[in-house]
Design a protein around this ligand. Sequence first.
Ligand code: ADP
Length: 151
Amino acid sequence: MSIAVFPGSFDPITVGHVDIINRAAPLFEKIIIGIGNNIQKEYMFPAEKREEWIKNTFAGNSKIEVRTYDGLTVNFCKRMHAVYIIRGLRNSNDFEFEQAIAQMNKAMAAGIETVFIPCDPQYTAVASSIVRDIIKNKGDVKMFVPGAVKF
Ligand code: ADP
């Protein structure tokens, strides 16, 4: 069974993430959205909220599972029996960063392949970090996040 993990912080999930997941869905039998919980990182939203929003966004899509995890993504993939990691690419900065992570992951876990999906041009500027800034400054983020994101 071809199982893929789409790892990220999803703090919060955006329409850019949703687009990547929907476009990846036909390529795999199962996609596990892995919400990384790095104790050194400060999140705006607790893992439970991030998880609830993602679950509600993909409710009814039996191919998509949502889980939180600690530690290395490759170890999470092994626990999930996933042999693919999906990452979205918005621009050359994403590429530089993602290529290095993919190569390090490959060195640690040779059986796991990273698959890059280029961002749809309409979502190139959409980033969770900018969404968080807008929220902090009391702006409206409706057009950047799926409807299930409510705070
Ligand atoms: P991380 O904290 O690991 O960077 P994110 O939640 O920010 O996690 O992103 C998870 C994945 O989604 C990454 O591969 C990132 O490049 C991708 N991504 C983020 N925003 C977009 C977007 N607007 N379009 C396409 N891919 C995106």
